[in-house]
Design a protein around this ligand. Structure first.
Ligand SMILES: *Cc1c(COP(=O)(O)O)cnc(C)c1O
Length: 744
């Protein structure tokens, strides 16, 4: 790529009288043209990432930054009277839900930055994750029509389209390539389904509802569609270069399954080798077992996919047959290994007419990894205990990471400039260097100025977007992430009500004004999570209308939380709230973004929180609540009603759910979830049980924040010790420990 030539192209673009969109397209196209010669270079060995989701976010600024032309471009266009920041009005691609999809995007980013050949494969959804709005405090979903216009950052590869066959239809898979810029230019290849209206549905929606057989079939189609298109192409490429020497396949490819969604890729690989190229199945399986790897992202039962054999067989008879053959192989192998019947059952690929995609992935994968130390521990000791007993070497941990390019350099240029001024720009390629910045008075006072500026920018942004002005001169605490019971946004809202009582009683004279920021979407069919949104909004309204506390407490739930919103929030936050019920958050990556931007964590002993507290020093963070082991024991005898009865302060808070003191209808659903019938045991996630220790942690961080000097030191020490949580570190670990890739 020739930087000067690209800048000249920018200079030649006129902005006069052109619509925003056109200017955007012209600049983007100039970049695409310029990188073409570097794109798609062949490497000896390639890793391929199979993921149902890529939450890429806004491509524009990131791409210009990776190309090393962002500041110059801004200057060039500023001279023409055009601010590049105006492109913030243009939608970003939301082809993912949350953490897992954003992780995939960070990994692609890091691999390119580190010169590692990693190609992404996925689905090009017509409609990404819905847009969220609140009407009377309730979530309303609107379709996200991101393809209403052409996306200049992707290229349709008409000549590389291929067919994917189901029993009842043949679908055309058309690849769209997005470049991933860095030291190498890698590719994210997303397949679009075409050929008929039914075919088009396959890449219609991210997570269509799958509570009916109809919905499940569509989901199976989606998973198989992109996996099969990718496998077909990868095997064809292999044959073109190496002929039919499939035994050499693992020398050239490492295939990574991001959760179980692409497990059909294994079956498709076996199908092609065995049914098409006549490789005996045992040999094909040997090859697969050197090629595939599987990352588990969650221990929640609902996310460990099981597909009814009948349904799979209905549209993919060959694939169902192969999965069954795998099942038979595995039973034989386990017999030889001397597994008991119970052990075989726990690892079974097929039970009671259902395929367990996780067990299939574990059986075939050469490496299985969890995403934080604690999570990998749970995989070994609980979820995949038997497999760990017989295949201990399969299991490894790679703690998640986030890209410091998007989550620091792009979203916090002020903090980045501070680092530059202290140690030069070398840290931008080697984040570990920031740990050597002394936290001296000069650095801390510069850091305080940066934080104040980022808070001001956030305030401004929220004022524009939500029409709410955050309290000035307050401590900003944020809980932004998908809505889920285990993440316990509900508990944070209860904590706010608890604090409100304390303040009203005049007990907390020294309480520093505190803003609780929420953001996140609830799955459209997840009733209880949607009720939590309504509850938080009701608490926000109550607090805002209460003159006794409204200058001390504020609650704001921002609408349509997405990557671009996250960029603003992580930089402008003082306190990161990571309060999942211990044992349920596999890793979390939001926690890392906040840390990287100098927020302290108020969190539970869960996922990567533990590693964050280790690296930043326990005294710089605020851990609270029961541990996963304690929680499990506790659940055997826990009675939330009796627990609440015994504590007047908790009782008066939970009474508010139904006594009419909050605006809107009573919160019957949340009341039931806490006390009575529910799909889990009442208060399964221990929101009441952990409430007081949570409030204590909040009061502690609030009190500490009053000493500006020592509090900013805590924040700064979090920031400069965050390099372990760079996805560069994580991706290099994948490359070294799992994929055996070389850097180019
Ligand atoms: C990082 C990120 C997430 C993941 O957040 P967690 O707190 O780890 O659940 C979800 N959504 C968006 C938009 C993100 O940027």
């Amino acid at each position: 790529m020739n930087k000067q030539r690209l800048l000249d192209k920018f200079r030649a673009i006129s902005v006069e009288g052109k619509p925003l969109r056109q200017i955007y397209e012209e600049i983007s196209s100039a970049c695409m043209e310029e990188i073409r010669p570097d794109w798609g270079r062949r490497t000896r060995r390639t890793a391929c990432y199979f993921s149902m989701e890529y939450l890429v976010g806004r491509a524009f600024y990131n791409n210009l930054m990776e190309l090393g032309v962002l500041p110059e471009a801004e200057e060039i266009f500023a001279k023409k009277g055009f601010a590049l920041s105006r492109f913030e009005e243009i939608e970003d691609a939301a082809l993912g839900n949350g953490g897992l999809g954003r992780l995939a995007a960070c990994y692609l980013d890091s691999a390119a930055a580190r010169g590692l050949p990693l190609q992404g494969y996925g689905l090009r959804y017509r409609y990404g994750l819905f847009r969220q709005r609140f009407v009377a405090g309730e979530q309303v979903e609107e379709p996200e029509d991101w393809l209403a216009r052409e996306d200049p950052w992707s290229v349709r590869r008409e000549r590389e389209k291929r067919r994917v066959t189901f029993a009842d239809m043949t679908v055309v898979a058309v690849p769209y390539d997005m470049p991933v810029f860095g030291k190498t230019v890698n590719t994210l290849r997303l397949f679009q389904a075409e050929g008929s209206p039914e075919a088009e549905q396959i890449s219609g929606f991210l997570y269509p509802p799958d509570d009916t057989d109809e919905g499940k079939l569509l989901r199976i189609r989606q998973e198989y569609f992109f996996s099969a298109a990718a496998i077909g192409e990868i095997v064809d490429k292999f044959i073109a270069v190496h002929g039919m020497h499939f035994e050499r396949f693992p020398e050239f490819y490492a295939l990574q399954l991001n959760d179980t969604h692409a497990t059909f890729a294994v079956a498709e690989f076996l199908r092609i080798l065995n049914r098409v190229h006549r490789v005996p199945l045992p040999e094909a399986l040997e090859i697969a077992r050197k090629t595939f790897h599987y990352t588990n992202h969650t221990v929640l039962a609902e996310a460990l996919e099981c597909w009814k054999e009948e349904l799979v067989a209905q549209i993919l008879p060959d694939i169902a047959l192969i999965l069954k053959q795998l099942h038979v192989f595995s039973l034989r192998e386990w017999q030889k290994l001397g597994c008991t019947a119970e052990e075989r059952q726990s690892m079974a690929l097929l039970t009671d007419g259902y395929f367990s995609m996780a067990n299939a992935a574990v059986y075939v994968a050469r490496r299985v990894n969890g995403v934080a130390e604690m999570h990998t521990g749970i995989l070994k000791e609980k979820l995949f205990r038997t497999a760990f007993k017989y295949y201990p070497n399969k299991f490894t941990n790679i703690t998640n990471g986030v890209s410091q390019r998007r989550w620091l350099m792009l979203c916090n240029r002020e903090l980045s400039a501070l680092y530059d001024s202290r140690i030069g720009t070398g840290w931008r390629d080697d984040l570990g260097a920031i740990a050597r910045i002394p936290a001296d008075e000069a650095a801390l006072s510069a850091f305080r100025a940066v934080k104040a500026e980022k808070k001001r920018q956030l305030r401004e942004y929220i004022r524009k977007r939500e029409g709410v002005t955050l309290l000035d001169d307050a401590l900003y605490a944020a809980q932004t992430k998908r809505l889920h019971e285990y993440k316990r946004q509900f508990m944070t809202a209860l904590a706010v009500l608890y604090l409100r009582f304390e303040l009203k009683e005049g007990k907390r004279e020294d309480f520093a004004p505190m803003v609780f920021l929420f953001g996140g979407k609830a799955a459209a069919g997840y009733r209880r999570a949607k009720e939590v949104i309504r509850f938080v909004n009701a608490v926000a309204e109550l607090v805002a209308a209460d003159e006794e506390v409204s200058q001390k407490l504020q609650v704001v739930f921002v609408q349509n939380y997405d990557v671009s919103y996250a960029e603003k929030i992580v930089a402008g936050t003082d306190v990161s709230l990571q309060v999942s019920a211990a044992g349920f958050e596999a890793s979390g990556t939001g926690n890392m973004k906040f840390m990287m931007n100098g927020a302290v964590t108020v969190g539970t002993m869960d996922g990567a929180n533990i590693e964050i507290a280790e690296r930043a020093g326990g005294y710089n963070n605020y851990m609270f609540g029961v541990t996963a082991e304690e929680a499990e024991l506790l659940r055997e005898s826990y009675d939330p009603a009796a627990f609440a009865e015994s504590n007047e302060k908790i009782l008066r808070v939970v009474r508010m759910l139904t006594d009419g003191s909050l605006p809107g209808k009573p919160f019957e659903e949340l009341y039931r979830a806490t006390f009575t019938e529910t799909y889990n045991s009442p208060d399964f996630y221990l929101c009441l049980y952990d409430l007081e220790s949570y409030v204590d942690a909040l009061l502690k961080v609030n009190a500490d924040s009053r000493d500006e000097a020592s509090f900013s030191r805590k924040q700064f020490e979090n920031a400069i010790h965050s390099s372990f949580f760079s996805s560069d570190r994580a991706i290099e670990a994948y490359a070294r420990k799992i994929w055996k890739l070389e850097q180019t």
